[in-house]
Every structure is written in structure tokens, then in C-alpha cells.
Design a protein around this ligand. Structure first.
Ligand code: SF4
Length: 384
């Protein structure tokens, strides 16, 4: 039976999680494991079986392979996985992103991906500074980043994202600015910038608790954000979400659809789905996930039955992180049972405080509001 409801008017994304990393980065709390050959083979069989069980039956608009490290797969495994994805999608999707680490972006892999229809590469650079890369436990070097960009361009990729991180151990603003300017000079179409967060039980979190590194205060973080926005904006990479910047027309459609509370299906251990009125996550365990896939009874965690209130709140929470904001009339038509009078009243207060503004029915955060996007979102969850 197909999981894909053929008649939904919502956009549909497909996320494939590849849960292997050669080494765990010191800040990372994602589900991933060592890339043992036998486990990769078991994963490949499982994910292809899971993908086959998803469809086809409806157009898939966007595909995103994330991880973990999708680039750890051999070119032939990538081709096998890609064929299974094309089968689900009924052809190449409009946007197909693969996350790659610089050290894995060899010419042969890039050509396989390009020939299958992958049209966007998202590269985890984080920093060009060798000292900082080492402090993060990253495996690549600055030279590998340039080699990777060259390999991607040579294979014909014209849509490249660089992930960069700030407020890192040992990084002062001048280091970050140098990193950011080097990222811009490398000529990507898209840059994502993330403020370091200390996830529980990661090596960096342990160092923080031992007093071996420091967490930035709110004012210092805000300064990083604002100066980052200015530098990228001046360079022609327009901000379209708190952490995301793109040249015109190169915004990540897969992520936009997620923030707009459309639908997505996830394949692979720990992959999440939001589909047909439910949100759920595949169990974050290779063995547990494989058992469910083989038995035709997926092992799911964090199952949420979605109603209009949950979706309306999440549409506001994620929608207000986007520079464009949200159209209250459209949301009200989509989720009529939510307390829209309460939303409008809170929006009025935020506007009066200078944190938000209205353009017709479009509510968006001001620059000051965007700095506080998470707490503004929390207000909509708590008070409406
Ligand atoms: S490569 Fe990515 S997923 Fe793997 S440990 Fe590092 S940050 Fe986490």
C-alpha cells in the first residue's frame, strides 16, 4: 500500500538519512554511527526497501539526503540509492540536495550525483581556519574545501550551499568575519550560518561543563548575528530566514516547504515525517529501524496526531523565522479552528513593541524581532 496520499494539495518533500560518519564532530548530537562495510550494506538494503514502500502515487517536489554523511557512500551505492529515489519520485524532483563533507567530494561521486539529477550540494564547511576545525573535531582541511568546490563545479553543479558556524571555541569576531568573507569569495549560491549550540553529552558540552570553553552571552551572540546579516546582505546573499542567505532564486525549496508546514516523508533511521495528519520519527537505531522495515511494521517514535492548533502554532513558529513572515489570512483559511483573534492581538502587541510589523495581512519580524525569533515564537505557543 502506498503511504502517499495522491490528492493532497500540499508540497511533498522526501528526506533520506544516511547515518554514518567517519568520526563524530565534537558539537554534534545527530544519530550517526561508524561506517562499517557490513552495516552500510544492511542500511542500503533497508533504505531501498523502505523507499519502495513509500510510493509512488504523488509528485515529490524536493529531495534532501542528509546525515550523517551521505558522501561516505561509494559512487555505486549512491547510484543504487538514487535509482530508488527516482522510482519514488517518478523522475527527477525539481530540487534534489545532497549534503556532503568536503573530504568526500571526489569527482567520481559528484559526476554520479549530477548524472542522476541531483542539482544542489550542501557542504558542511563550518570554518576555513585549521585551528578552529581541529577544535570542532572536523576531519577536513581548508585545501579540501577548495578541492571540493572545484569538483562540484567541474561536475556542473551551479547551486552550492556552504554551512558555516559562529561563536565557536577560540573564535573571536575577527576570525568569524574572515571565515565569512572567505566563504563569500568562494562564490556559493547559498550560505547557512549557525550559532554553536552545546548539545547535551557532546564532547563540546563536556568541555563547557569542565570550564574549558565558554558559551557566549546573549548580547555577544546578537552582535554576531547582526554583523553576519550585514556582511552577507552587502555581498548580495539576501537573508530569507534567520540562518539562511541566498542569491536570488536559490533559496532552499525543501526547507521552505518544511517551514511552511507542508508534508514530507523520511527514510532511514531517525528520519522524521510529517504526513497525512501525523508527525513521526523512525527509531534512531540501525537495528531497530531495519527490523521494522523488514517486518513491514516500521518502528516509530515521537508520534504526534496533528490538529489545526499544532499546525497553526508551528506555522507561526517557523514562518516568523522567515524574513517574509506569514500571511495571517492564508493561515486562518487553512487552520480555521485556531484562535486567530488571539494571534492578531499578540501580533498587535509585538508591532507596538517594534518586534514585528504588518504589511496588509503579512506579519513579519523586524530585525530586532528576528534576533528574538525563538522567544517570539514561544509567545505564540504559550499565549494563543
Ligand atoms: S559530519 Fe555532520 S552528522 Fe557527522 S558528526 Fe559531523 S556534524 Fe554530525
Amino acid at each position: 500500500m502506498s503511504n502517499i496520499a495522491p490528492n493532497s494539495p500540499l508540497a511533498l518533500g522526501l528526506y533520506v538519512h544516511v547515518p554514518f560518519c567517519a568520526r563524530r564532530c565534537d558539537f554534534c548530537a545527530f544519530y550517526e554511527r561508524e561506517p562499517r562495510r557490513a552495516d552500510i550494506a544492511r542500511y542500503m538494503d533497508g533504505v531501498i526497501a523502505e523507499l519502495a514502500s513509500l510510493g509512488p502515487g504523488r509528485r515529490v517536489d524536493t529531495v534532501f539526503w542528509g546525515g550523517g554523511t551521505p558522501g561516505i557512500l561509494t559512487p555505486s551505492d549512491m547510484e543504487r540509492l538514487g535509482r530508488a529515489v527516482l522510482e519514488v519520485c517518478g523522475g527527477a524532483p525539481a530540487e534534489w540536495t545532497v549534503e556532503m563533507t568536503p573530504g568526500t567530494m571526489r569527482r567520481d561521486r559528484m559526476e554520479v550525483l549530477r548524472n542522476m539529477g541531483v542539482n544542489r550540494i550542501s557542504m558542511g564547511v563550518q570554518s576555513f581556519d585549521g585551528r578552529i576545525l581541529e577544535a570542532l573535531g572536523r576531519m577536513h582541511t581548508r585545501a579540501q574545501v577548495y578541492g571540493a568546490i572545484e569538483a562540484a563545479r567541474a561536475a556542473g553543479f551551479d547551486n552550492l550551499n556552504l554551512d558555516m558556524m559562529f561563536a565557536l571555541p577560540g573564535q573571536e569576531f575577527a576570525h568569524w568575519e574572515a571565515d565569512l568573507r572567505e566563504a563569500i569569495a568562494a562564490g556559493p549560491e547559498h550560505i547557512s550560518t549557525y550559532c554553536l549550540t552545546f548539545e547535551e553529552d557532546t564532547p563540546l558540552w563536556l568541555r563547557l561543563n569542565r570550564g574549558q570553553t565558554r558559551k557566549r552571552g546573549e548580547a555577544e551572540e546578537a552582535e554576531y548575528y547582526e554583523r553576519t546579516w550585514d556582511i552577507l546582505g552587502t555581498a548580495g546573499l539576501a537573508q530569507y530566514e534567520v540562518s539562511n542567505f541566498a542569491r536570488a532564486g536559490r533559496e532552499c525549496v525543501h526547507n521552505l516547504n518544511t517551514w511552511r508546514m507542508q508534508e514530507w516523508l523520511g527514510a532511514g533511521p531517525s528520519a522524521s515525517s510529517q504526513y497525512a495528519g501525523r508527525r513521526f520519527t523512525n527509531v534512531p537505531s540501525l537495528d531497530g529501524w531495519l527490523g521494522g522495515v523488514k517486518g513491514g511494521n516500521p518502528e516509530l517514535v515521537d508520534i504526534v496526531e496533528l490538529d489545526g492548533t499544532i499546525l497553526a502554532c508551528d506555522s507561526l513558529l517557523f514562518g516568523l523565522r522567515m524574513v517574509r513572515g506569514v500571511d495571517l489570512d492564508i493561515l486562518e483559511a487553512r487552520f480555521p479552528t485556531h484562535d486567530w483573534a488571539g494571534v492578531r492581538s499578540l501580533a498587535g502587541r509585538l508591532c507596538a513593541e517594534g518586534l514585528a510589523a504588518m504589511d496588509g495581512e503579512r506579519l513579519y519580524l523586524t530585525r530586532q524581532g528576528r534576533l528574538l525569533a525563538d522567544s517570539v515564537g514561544a509567545e505564540f505557543l504559550e499565549n494563543v
